[in-house]
Write a protein that binds this ligand. Structure first.
Ligand code: B12
Length: 304
């Protein structure tokens, strides 16, 4: 609860005080470690809260990011293990009950997608890859997971003003549509309007879709096999002719390991996973809002 006597600083100032990048402070906030609220489109942190965060950090030396992530997944691990067991025996009803129980126990939808369902699929994939699972077991698990995503999407959907339109898809030869659906839902949870074009889409159809929508904020292309890179790079070249300069082109997926891979393909940005993708989209929106309000202030100044 805010009280009028409290002093607030912007998230950027909080990041400077903590000696971290803005995006890091932003992640602290998104993960609930630093409490902030939005005021006039800008994230604000109470001075007291910043002090508490600093004290906590100096008590326990900040763990490296990969440990923080492990700890989060750790919280969801029991659900993830139970879900994986249901997926492996083809128990669709049991799998849904696990997700419902995780939600009832207070797990956020984002956690359910990313720390319960996704790691269960990753482990199943690893075991299949290692030859420890027959391929039909992986296929059956994927079919159930796809149905779970449909149910989760319906349960977590919210109405309200969209913060921007995002188009997601993968090109011909790329079959990993489940990853795109999960990504799409997590981005929707952050109040963006997402058009999920699915996988295995011919480049020309991808371009038609992009032409169809007005005012796109970002286009995201999922790339899981290295062989797809040439057609992705080709598509991005063509995309530049049909989108405005301020539309962001992202690539992600298992065949894109770093930012330089994205730049080599002609994309503007890369995101490792759904959380960092949402963080980047948030930043884009924030920067746009800032520019728009600065313009408005300048306009007001020149007319008064
Ligand atoms: C299910 C599955 C399939 C299904 C897909 C069905 C479907 N409808 O999606 C089927 C059976 C078709 C399949 C086929 C293949 N698969 Co497969 N598959 C998987 C599996 C088990 C799960 C995928 C999944 O949904 N994961 C959960 C999602 C949420 O995680 P994610 O993929 O990492 O996605 C996140 C990020 O990558 C990122 N992201 C993804 N796209 C984008 C896009 C943008 C713009 C951004 C910003 C971020 C982003 O955000 C997502 C959410 O956080 C994975 C195992 C794994 N480790 O994931 C293997 C896996 C992806 N497959 C693999 C392979 C090798 C194959 C095959 C080549 C196997 C074969 N020999 O036939 C074929 C290729 C088919 C093709 N041409 O595309 C490898 C990929 C290896 C690599 N590139 O590193 C994996 C990792 C298995 C393994 N351990 O080896 N597969």
């Amino acid at each position: 609860m805010k009280s009028s006597s409290q002093r607030f600083v912007s998230l950027q100032d909080a990041a400077d005080t903590l000696g971290v990048h803005y995006m890091t402070a932003y992640r602290y906030m998104r993960h609930g470690r630093l409490v902030a609220h939005k005021e006039g489109g800008i994230w604000k942190v109470a001075a007291e809260e910043l002090q508490r965060f600093q004290d906590e950090r100096s008590d326990s030396k900040e763990p490296p990011t990969h440990l923080v992530r492990k700890r989060q997944i750790g919280r969801a691990a029991p659900w993830c293990n139970r879900l994986e067991a249901c997926l492996l025996v083809g128990d669709a009803a049991g799998a849904w009950s696990v997700l419902e129980a995780a939600i009832d126990s207070g797990r956020e939808f984002e956690e359910v997608y990313l720390d319960v369902l996704s790691p269960a699929m990753v482990t199943i994939g690893e075991r299949w890859h290692a030859g420890k699972l027959d391929v039909y077991l992986e296929h059956r698990a994927t079919v159930i997971a796809t149905r779970l995503v449909a149910r989760l999407g319906a349960k977590s959907a919210h109405r309200g003003r969209s913060r921007g339109t995002v188009l997601l898809g993968a090109l011909s030869g790329e079959l990993h549509s489940l990853a795109i659906s999960i990504l799409a839902d997590v981005v929707r949870l952050a109040r963006f309007e997402v058009h999920d074009l699915g996988a295995d889409l011919p480049s020309e159809s991808f371009l038609s879709a992009v032409r169809h929508y007005d005012e796109i904020l970002a286009v995201g292309i999922s790339v899981n096999s290295v062989e797809s890179r040439p057609i992705v790079s080709n598509l991005i070249k063509k995309l530049r002719d049909v989108i405005n300069e301020d539309v962001w082109v992202f690539v992600g997926g298992r065949a894109i390991a770093r930012q330089s891979d994205a730049h080599d393909l002609g994309a503007d940005e890369w995101a490792l996973d759904a959380r960092s993708f949402v963080a980047s989209l948030d930043l884009i929106v924030q920067t746009r809002n800032k520019v728009t309000s600065n313009k408005a202030i300048r306009k007001q100044g020149s007319t008064s």
